[in-house]
Design a protein around this ligand. Structure first.
Ligand code: AMP
Length: 426
């Protein structure tokens, strides 16, 4: 019978690789905690309406990429393409604002978009993101960008560029939209089919186009900065000042628009250039979305957030060796299956695990040679050898595999010895 493969663009992460994910998640959580962020977990499936109203109907995600379906109870549902809409929904639904004026949340988990799969672009991918509710900035804007940069630094991703833009508030964006439309309409026949279509639905997205001809046309387009209000401009200037004071380098990019409708004022993207990243070099994207809470039926609360893609972080980090994963391998002289030797070894393994040590024991009665080979392969730091003769006098051998050193101990002294040695190696 033909075997069944995973869905295109959706990947298995096998145990031999999953430590990389754990590492990134731990760094993300640790650094986010130093800024006062706490985790939120929301459902992976949401009402389709949530994404239509937040991301915007004239966006790639909503037009082409959502995994939407009608369930058996006739509810229109979507497997989440991003995390912000769910976080905002949960914030409103649980009236969190009543308990705390400012909330700092983070989330981790899979997102789903039916994009064309490529290196660094998948249909199921993992995001780690943060949201701050209730603070209009500009200090918090810079702090959120700094948090993203510090996470990347902690992961060893050095070769990055922070792109920064301000979209102004809703009114500014509306005025700019009109100006842009007036400029772009005479070029509509020369624009790519996608940009031509966007002209009618979401002209700001034309600025985002990667097509050379579109980019040429956009070069002389009116600048959003020229229509920013004094307040928008002051806000943007302050964000830049704080970033500079924090030592965060950035480049202003007036064409940075990003794909989602809900952004206002500060907008940023962090691109990577190192490791195995290819064309999909956006590691992290985020910005302020002051109107979204109200749009989704909540209070008029300013908010800002970002999301980073874990697969792309991994590509940017490049290869690294798995850290020691096993503390101890027990090697037991083969003999009769239920010998006291093996029973003692099984009980000993259990007692070491109770102390928090990671212990592998192969009690199938394999040859000593194959048990030692396995100890090597699983990356054990120590081997404890249960051999008939020593065991009869209550003793075992402990081998430090990295140091090629061997010592004989009374069995009762071994746990303490291992605990000290392993603490010393960490
Ligand atoms: P967005 O939610 O579109 O603002 O994207 C935020 C980040 O998520 C990007 O900078 C990428 O790192 C990551 N990302 C977005 N889409 C994908 C995808 N299809 N595959 C892998 N990573 C993605």
């Amino acid at each position: 019978m033909a075997s069944i493969s995973a869905v295109k663009g959706m990947n298995d992460i096998l145990p031999k690789d999953v430590w990389r994910w754990h590492h990134i998640e731990r760094v993300f959580q640790d650094v986010a905690a130093t800024y006062g962020f706490r985790e939120v977990r929301t459902p992976i499936v949401e009402p389709t309406q949530l994404f239509l109203r937040s991301i915007g109907e004239a966006t790639d995600i909503v037009e082409k990429e959502m995994y939407s379906f009608v369930d058996k109870g006739d509810d229109a549902l979507t497997i989440r393409p991003e995390g912000t809409a769910s976080a905002v929904r949960a914030y409103i639904e649980h009236s969190v604002h009543a308990d705390e004026p400012i909330s700092k949340w983070y989330y981790l988990g899979p997102m789903f978009r039916r994009e064309r799969p490529a290196r660094g672009r998948y249909r199921q991918f993992y995001q780690a993101g943060v949201e701050v509710f209730g603070d209009a900035g500009p200090f918090v804007d810079a702090e959120v960008i700094a948090l993203a940069v510090r996470i990347l630094e902690k992961l060893g991703i050095q070769d990055i560029e922070v792109l920064l833009n301000s979209l102004g508030t809703g009114d500014t964006k509306a005025r700019y939209r009109e100006k842009l439309l007036t400029y772009l309409t005479p070029f509509s026949e020369s624009l790519s089919p996608d940009s031509k279509r966007r002209l009618g639905t979401n002209p700001l997205r034309v600025l985002d186009s990667k097509i050379e001809k579109d980019r040429e046309i956009c070069q002389n387009a009116p600048r959003l900065h020229d229509v920013l209000t004094d307040e928008d401009r002051a806000h943007f200037d302050s964000v830049k000042n704080v970033l500079t004071r924090l030592g965060i380098r950035f480049r202003e990019d007036a064409n940075l628009v990003r794909g989602l409708d809900y952004y206002s004022r500060t907008l940023f993207e962090i691109q990577g250039r190192g490791g195995e990243l290819g064309a999909q070099n956006a590691l992290c994207g985020g910005g302020r979305y002051d109107g979204l809470m109200r749009e989704l039926g909540g209070q008029d609360l300013p908010s800002i957030g970002f999301a980073m893609g874990l697969e792309r972080l991994l590509l940017a980090m490049g290869e690294s060796k798995e850290p020691q994963s096993m503390d101890v391998a027990l090697v037991v002289e083969p003999g009769n299956a239920e010998s006291d030797l093996r029973l003692d070894a099984a009980a000993f393994a259990d007692s070491l695990r109770a102390l928090g040590l990671r212990v592998e024991s192969d009690l199938r009665g394999q040859s000593l040679k194959s048990q030692f080979r396995r100890a090597d392969r699983i990356g054990a730091a120590f081997v404890v050898l249960f051999a008939g003769n020593e065991w009869k006098s209550g003793r075992v051998k402990v081998k430090d595999l990295a140091a090629h050193a061997e010592q004989e101990f009374e069995l009762s002294l071994v746990p303490q010895h291992l605990l000290e040695k392993i603490a010393g190696k960490k």
